[in-house]
Design a protein around this ligand. Structure first.
Ligand code: ATP
Ligand code: MG
Length: 512
C-alpha cells in the first residue's frame, strides 16, 4: 500500500494492442505495492497524467499451455523443475482521469495526449490526490480512501449543493453511513457553515442519537405525536391525500374550503377538519348533492381517523430546524402506509415552503426507504408523497434544500428524483437488475466499477459524482457514538426475550 508522500516507482508503461491512449494505458508492475483501485501518476510534458488502476492481470509463460502443464505436473511440480517464478509478470490497466498541470494554473484538465511507453508509473501522493479529488480539509470525513492513507473529507458544498443518493442492498451499511454523515454535520463549526438535518426514520434507527454526545442537538419526534394544523392544509393537498376524488368533487370542495378559511381568518380563528365536514354537510343539504357530499365526507372521515390533524403544527419546524441540529421523525410505530405517506408529504411541502421564506435553516432531508415515498411505478393512491419529494428534488438546490434518498431498491425509486442526485454513494449490491440500473442512471461509472460493486464488503462504498473529482472507493469510518438501532440485533432480542421468560418463571416459583 502506498505510504504518505511516497514517490515510489510502481512500474513501466508498456505498449499493448489497446494503448496507451488518452483514456487507458497499461504498465508492467515492478513493485508489490500495487492494488486495484489505487491512484497512480505518470509524468508528461504538461504535468502529471493521473489515473486509477481498473484491473490487474498476472501472467506466466510457463503456464500458458494446458497440455504441457498437465504433462509436466504428472511427474513433479513445475515449480521444482523450472525457474517459473522468474517468468511471472504482472500488468495493471489504468483508466486515465485527467492531467494535473503543475505549471501555472495548478489545475486538472482533460488528457489529450497519451503517456509514452517506457515512462515510469509513480504512486500518487496524498497532496496531489487531495487536490485532484477536490477534498476539503474542513469537509465531512466519511472514512479512508482505499489503498491510500488519505481521509475522504468531502466538501459539504459539493456534496449537498445538489442532492445525494445512498444505494445498496439491505444490510450493507446505508444507515450506518448516514449516521457517520450526520455526526460530521453535527460536529461542523458555524464558521464553516452548518445545516440542519431532518431524518424521516422508517425503522427507528436514528432515535439513538438522543442518548449520545449529540443528544443536546437532537430532537426525536414520535410520529404518533406529529400534528398537522388543519388550517394550513390547502384543497390541493387534500386532493393529493384523497386521490379518489373526481374533478367535479374537487370543484365543489374548493369554494366551501375557501369560504371557511376566509371567514375564520377575518375573525383570527382557526378551524378543524370537523368544521370543514360540518360545513360540507350544511352547504350540501340538498338531496341532489348527495352523490358529491357522501363520498367527500367518507374520505374526510377516513383522514380524520388517522389522528394527524390538530390545532397547531407539531413539531414547530421554524423552531426545530436550526443550524447544527438533528430532527428525527420516528415512523417506526406507524403501520399505516397511507398515514406515513401523508406525514412525509406534509413535512416535505412545509419544510420547502419555510425554506423558501428563509424561516428554517438550509437543510438536508434524509429519506430512508425512499422507494416507498417516491416510487417509480405506483398508482396515485400509493404514492401520496411522490409529488412533494420530486418538487424538492427539482427545485431544492436553489434554496438550500437538499434531499438524501436512501434505498435498497433503486429500480423502484422514481427516476425523476434519482436523476437529480448529483452524488451517489453506492455500497454493496449483488442484484444484477439493480447494478444495471445504477450503471444507466449514474454518470461516470464504468463497467469495471460496476463489477467492483458486487465485491464490496459491508461498510465499503463507491462515491461517484459532483462531490469528488473522480469516483473513489472509501472504507466508511466507524461511528463515534455507537448505539444499536431499535429492534436491529436479533441475537440481543432473542437473548433478552429468553432471559425475561426465565426471570418471570423464577419469580413465580419463588412466590409459590
Ligand atoms: N462502516 C461500517 N463499519 C462498521 N460496521 C458497519 C459499517 N457499516 C455497516 N456496519 C454494520 O452492518 C450492519 C448493517 O448496516 P446498516 O443497518 O447500516 O445496513 P442498511 O444498509 O441500512 O440495511 P437496511 O437496508 O436493512 O436498512 C450495522 O449494524 C453495522 O453493524
Ligand atoms: Mg437501514
Amino acid at each position: 500500500m502506498a505510504t504518505q508522500n511516497s514517490q515510489s516507482e510502481l512500474g513501466t508503461v508498456i505498449s499493448t494492442m489497446e494503448g496507451p491512449t488518452t483514456i487507458v494505458f497499461s504498465f508492467v508492475i515492478g513493485s508489490s505495492k500495487v492494488r486495484k483501485g489505487q491512484f497512480v501518476k505518470v509524468k508528461s510534458d504538461s504535468g502529471f497524467v493521473l489515473g486509477s488502476i481498473s484491473e490487474i492481470t498476472r501472467a506466466n509463460r510457463y503456464f500458458e499451455r494446458a497440455e504441457s502443464v498437465a504433462e509436466y505436473e504428472r511427474t513433479s511440480p513445475m515449480t521444482e523443475s523450472f525457474p517459473v517464478t522468474d517468468w511471472e509478470y504482472v500488468v495493471a490497466n489504468v483508466r486515465v482521469h485527467g492531467v494535473f498541470e503543475s505549471e501555472g494554473t495548478n489545475s486538472i484538465v482533460r488528457n489529450t495526449f497519451p503517456v509514452a511507453p517506457g515512462a515510469k508509473v509513480l504512486a500518487c501522493e496524498d497532496e496531489l490526490l487531495k487536490k485532484f479529488l477536490q477534498l476539503d480539509d474542513n469537509g465531512l470525513n466519511i472514512g479512508k480512501l482505499q489503498h491510500h492513507s488519505l481521509e475522504a473529507k468531502l466538501s459539504m458544498g459539493k456534496l449537498l449543493q445538489k442532492h445525494l443518493a445512498v444505494l445498496a442492498m439491505s444490510g450493507s451499511g446505508k444507515s450506518y453511513f448516514m449516521s457517520v454523515l450526520i455526526e460530521e454535520m453535527l460536529e461542523r463549526k458555524s464558521e464553516h457553515g452548518r445545516m440542519a438535518v431532518v431524518v424521516i426514520d422508517s425503522h427507528g434507527e436514528y432515535s439513538g442519537f438522543r442518548a449520545t454526545q449529540y443528544g443536546k442537538q437532537t430532537e426525536v419526534v414520535d410520529a404518533k405525536k406529529f400534528r398537522i394544523a388543519f388550517r394550513k392544509v390547502s384543497p390541493q393537498m387534500l386532493a393529493e391525500w384523497m386521490p379518489e376524488m373526481s374533478a367535479t368533487q374537487f370543484r365543489e370542495l374548493v369554494p366551501i374550503m375557501e369560504a371557511l378559511r376566509k371567514e375564520r381568518k377575518e375573525k383570527h380563528e382557526s378551524y378543524s377538519l370537523e368544521d370543514l365536514m360540518d360545513r360540507i354537510e350544511a352547504e350540501m343539504a340538498d338531496k341532489k348533492k348527495d352523490n358529491v357530499k357522501r363520498p367527500l365526507l367518507a374520505w374526510l372521515s377516513a383522514l380524520r381517523s388517522m389522528r394527524i390533524f390538530g390545532p397547531v403544527d407539531y413539531p414547530k419546524l421554524e423552531e426545530s430546524v436550526t443550524p447544527g441540529k438533528l430532527v428525527v421523525l420516528d415512523l417506526s410505530d406507524v403501520d399505516n402506509m397511507k398515514k406515513k405517506q401523508m406525514l412525509v408529504s406534509y413535512l416535505c411541502r412545509r419544510l420547502f415552503k419555510l425554506r423558501k421564506k428563509e424561516k428554517v435553516a438550509p437543510f438536508v432531508l434524509v429519506l430512508e426507504e425512499a422507494h416507498n415515498f417516491a416510487p417509480e411505478k405506483a398508482e396515485r393512491q400509493h404514492a401520496l408523497a411522490k409529488g412533494p419529494v420530486v418538487t424538492i428534488a427539482r427545485e431544492g438546490r436553489k434554496f438550500g434544500a437538499c434531499l438524501c434518498l436512501i434505498s435498497q431498491r433503486p429500480v423502484q425509486l422514481a427516476t425523476t428524483a434519482l436523476a437529480q442526485c448529483n452524488t451517489n454513494i453506492i455500497l454493496r449490491i449483488t442484484n444484477p437488475f439493480d447494478i444495471k440500473h445504477i450503471g444507466e442512471s449514474c454518470e461516470g461509472i464504468d463497467s469495471s466499477m460496476l463489477d467492483s460493486i458486487t465485491t464490496l464488503r459491508v461498510g465499503e462504498a463507491l462515491v461517484v459524482g459532483e462531490a469528488v473529482g473522480s469516483p473513489i472507493f472509501v472504507k466508511i469510518r466507524r461511528r463515534k457514538a455507537e448505539f444499536s438501532a431499535k429492534g436491529k440485533d436479533l441475537e440481543l432480542i432473542a437473548k433478552r426475550f429468553e432471559e425475561e421468560k426465565t426471570k418471570k418463571k423464577q419469580d413465580v416459583e419463588a412466590f409459590l
